[in-house]
Design a protein around this ligand. Structure first.
Ligand code: ATP
Length: 246
């Protein structure tokens, strides 16, 4: 659906600054989402504060990725609400949700999804370039993040020339270079061996904490969830809060 006529510039540009329900940075209440006859979410609640790392765990098919997609404004829920600060994401137009994703959110998926034709430096600079930064400034910032993720030495390589661990760290640098307030990570270490997975998680959580970004971390691995402050478990489309993590 295109929403060109429904999205006043002010809506897309206005970034909520007040706290959301219960002081949360991002929260969801009573989310429902059905695909055909398959219920993916069935009354899911969630909330995360600035600087918090929350692991979303649960069996395969329980609704973890759907929850992440609804929270990030990628998929509109059938019912329920999502708030980012004091703005209701679930009530925004498509273009306002895209603007929110571009300016406030960062994403890391299981397979880095780097652009194969671009170098690592160009990949990491891409979100900044899309947000309007000039090439020099974007690449200077991107280099700082590649350095933090310990992959500055491969900045002139293309994704096809990297190991899995290097590629995922470039993807994390790209996601964080735009200084997102919320980082969504869906099985970010799912394609890595345990050593590379551990290192990627150490660097990801350290960088997120340094920038006070919230991290919604979908994982089925307990050793990955151990990097969180709190774990929740999704079961049959509902969320159970397990309190503090390790
Ligand atoms: N785009 C879609 N079209 C149809 N069904 C979908 C779609 N996305 C998810 N589903 C279904 O919704 C349910 C929840 O899927 P979801 O991907 O959210 O689970 P998950 O907990 O992330 O699973 P996994 O750990 O295996 O990735 C599953 O039954 C899945 O088959």
């Amino acid at each position: 659906m295109t929403a060109t006529h429904q999205a006043p510039v002010t809506e897309a540009a206005a970034s909520g600054t007040g706290p959301g329900p219960g002081g949360a940075l991002l929260s969801a209440q009573g989310l429902r989402k059905t695909y055909g006859s398959t219920p993916a979410l069935d009354g899911a609640d969630f909330s995360i504060r600035a600087g918090e790392v929350v692991a979303v765990m649960g069996p395969s098919g329980s609704g973890k990725s759907t929850l992440l997609h609804c929270l990030a404004g990628i998929v509109p829920p059938d019912a329920g609400t999502v708030h980012y600060r004091d703005r209701e994401v679930s009530a925004m137009s498509d273009s306002a949700r895209s603007a929110l994703r571009r300016t406030e959110f960062g994403f890391v998926f299981q397979f880095g999804q780097l652009v194969p034709e671009l170098t690592c430096l160009e990949n990491a600079a891409l979100p900044l370039r899309l947000a309007g930064a000039g090439r020099k400034k974007a690449e200077a910032t991107a280099r700082e993040w590649l350095d933090r993720l310990e992959v500055d030495d491969v900045r002139h390589h293309r994704p096809g020339q990297l190991s899995g661990g290097q590629g995922q760290r470039v993807a994390i640098a790209r996601a964080l270079a735009g200084r997102p307030r919320v980082l969504f990570a869906d099985e970010p270490t799912g394609a890595l061996d345990s050593l590379n997975g551990e290192r990627a998680m150490q660097l990801l959580t350290r960088a997120a904490r340094d920038t006070d970004a919230a991290v919604v971390l979908v994982t089925h691995e307990t050793r990955v969830a151990a990097y969180s402050d709190r774990e929740v478990v999704v079961r049959d489309g509902r969320v159970k809060d397990h309190g503090s993590g390790v």
